[in-house]
Design a protein around this ligand. Structure first.
Ligand SMILES: *[C@@H]1O[C@H](CO)[C@@H](O)[C@H](O)[C@H]1NC(C)=O
Ligand SMILES: *[C@@H]1O[C@H](CO)[C@@H](O)[C@H](O)[C@H]1NC(C)=O
Ligand SMILES: *[C@@H]1O[C@H](CO)[C@@H](O)[C@H](O)[C@H]1NC(C)=O
Length: 525
């Protein structure tokens, strides 16, 4: 009998977040010369450029002013992150938001991608709104607007209230739908006069895998042999699909509420944000092509297919069978078209190949015989386990290969297969070791080639409307704690004031955004 499971596809996904040196030879000089002349004026006038963060990662003030724990507070306090860190203080944006908004303004950002902490706004998960939480987000939003910066707000960036996890296992229960919708209602009602861009969930396609399949994100649920840790609870063969299903239904419910009650007068837009790596077949053999299609379906189609068509991709229905929940007719109806835009978080490319070896391990839903590598020919590395990749001492660094063609192929795939939806690149950026400091030339190269590649995708007909660098400033990283950073601004985490310093990438992005526009200002802080 074939053992049901699904856990193979997470390996590639993890890896991309992890390390591995690129094999692709890149001529950096060419990149810099050919891109140094581009500026935001090469883009359509209404194209939005921004940078991002998320509440748990950047706010700090974890137990101040009535905030209660999210599942990430519980997880980090148990010292589960690689450097045993937490974000109790984090980048302390809760106290420094005015200074930060000034930096954003000086940089020339059109928009700031932020998220609201559900347990700061509604500490018990449902019911009473915390007036101090409400006040904080009103202040932050007002400060942004006063500086001409549009808040693009995510409702749930991995951090739902711990109390809902304790009460009914959070995303695993359909009860989350009602509570999430009520939370979204408070946000639309209180902030929707000023917030014109909402994303319901951030990267649910990786959140569910890490949390409910391999157990390396809260709520740490998994079953042998699929966990990278030994979990005390869970069922890897089913829960990953159930939690994703409940997220999709929660999303559809919140969008339905927004459209019926708020959108007419508030005139904002609403969508969802997915992790979207590009999967490239290692060869053009039919087997590799088929394997690649499966990986894409289980990674992106899992969410995008129901959002566009109202049902899961055929590959998933076939391989997962009865363990895949189904949508009732009215649910399918509510899901289909339940977005004004799709947010895509893109970092890198994976190579996919059909691997006969995995047939021995009759345990994979989407792979069955698929494996994936990161990097590129000729120096392809098979990635075995996560521990190996978290050990940076064995590696040159977490730098990602420069492969902007992967983003172009991703956008083309979405355009052709998913009815050319409006797209915002909600995250793109380069992880570097914290020891890199402010001279982040690798990040500058990365941002240059990726931003330039957007022009090609727009010419090809993609409905791209915005781009956000991850991240505006260094912050707690979910997989890496403080060992790896993505920020345009450095934050000195050893300094009690969490002083901010512009990196080279901050200067580059500022020049890109303001060269022909606003007067460039000094970085005095
Ligand atoms: C999980 O438990 C099994 C058997 O009890 C053990 O062999 C394995 O090393 C454990 N794995 C981890 C990651 O702790
Ligand atoms: C679908 O219909 C059922 C009753 O048949 C109802 O309980 C449920 O709330 C409906 N769901 C949606 C999303 O309309
Ligand atoms: C920054 O790093 C680059 C190489 O990565 C080096 O050539 C350059 O001299 C460095 N600049 C400073 C100011 O240290």
């Amino acid at each position: 009998m074939v053992k049901p499971s699904n856990s193979f596809h997470q390996v590639p996904l993890l890896l991309l977040l992890l390390v591995v040196a690129s094999a692709r030879e890149y001529n950096n000089k060419d990149i810099i010369t050919t891109t140094s002349t581009i500026s935001r004026n090469d883009f359509p006038p209404d194209f939005v450029f921004g940078a991002g963060s998320s509440a748990y990662q950047i706010e700090g003030a974890a137990s101040e002013d009535g905030r209660k724990p999210s599942i990430w507070d519980t997880y980090t306090h148990a010292e589960k992150v690689v450097d045993k860190s937490n974000a109790d203080i984090g980048s302390d944006q809760y106290h420094k938001y005015k200074d930060d908004v000034k930096l954003m303004h000086d940089m020339g950002l059109d928009a700031y991608r932020m998220s609201i902490s559900w347990p700061r706004l509604i500490p018990d998960g449902r019911g009473a709104v915390n007036p101090k939480g409400l006040n904080y987000y009103n202040n932050l939003i007002n400060e942004l607007i006063a500086h001409g910066i549009k808040p693009h707000v995510t409702l749930n960036h991995f951090d739902h209230p711990q109390v809902l996890e304790d009460e009914y296992n959070g995303l695993l229960s359909p009860k989350i739908i009602e509570d999430f919708t009520a939370y979204a209602d408070v946000c639309f009602k209180e902030f929707g006069d000023r917030v014109k861009s909402w994303s319901t969930f951030n990267e649910p396609n990786i959140q569910t895998l890490l949390g409910n399949d391999i157990g390396m994100f809260p709520p740490e649920r998994c079953t042998y042999p699929f966990g990278v840790v030994n979990c005390s609870k869970g069922d890897s063969t089913t829960e990953v699909y159930v939690s994703a299903h409940n997220i999709l239904l929660s999303h559809a419910s919140a969008v339905n509420l927004y459209r019926k009650t708020y959108q007419g007068k508030q005139k904002g837009q609403i969508g969802i944000t997915l992790l979207a790596m590009w999967m490239e077949p290692l060869s053009d053999s039919l087997r590799d092509l088929a394997a690649t299609k499966r990986v894409i379906d289980f990674h992106l189609g899992w969410f995008l297919h129901p959002l566009v068509y109202g049902y899961y991709p055929a590959t998933m229905r076939k391989n997962v069978g009865s363990r895949l929940p189904y949508f009732k007719d009215n649910e399918s109806e509510q899901l289909r078209g339940s977005f004004d835009f799709i947010g895509l978080n893109h970092y890198q490319v994976f190579y996919v190949s059909d691997v006969a070896r995995s047939l021995d391990d009759n345990s994979r839903d989407y792979a069955l015989d698929t494996s994936a590598w990161v990097g590129g020919p000729p120096a392809i590395r098979v990635l075995k386990n996560t521990k190996e990749f978290l050990d940076f001492s064995r590696l040159k660094g977490p730098e990602l290969p420069l492969a902007p063609w992967g983003l172009q192929r991703l956008l083309e795939y979405v355009r052709v297969n998913y009815k050319n939806p409006e797209i915002e690149i909600n995250e793109n950026g380069s992880p570097l070791l914290t020891s890199t400091g402010r001279n982040d030339t690798k990040r500058v190269e990365y941002l240059q080639v990726y931003i330039k590649s957007l022009l090609t995708s727009i010419r090809m007909g993609s409905n791209l409307r915005g781009y956000f660098v991850w991240s505006f400033m260094d912050c707690f990283e979910f997989l890496f704690g403080y060992t790896v950073e993505y920020g345009l601004y450095e934050v000195d985490f050893n300094d009690k004031d969490r002083k901010r310093y512009p990196k080279l990438s901050a200067e580059w992005y500022t020049t890109f955004l303001t060269k022909h526009g606003k007067e460039r200002k000094s970085y005095s802080y």
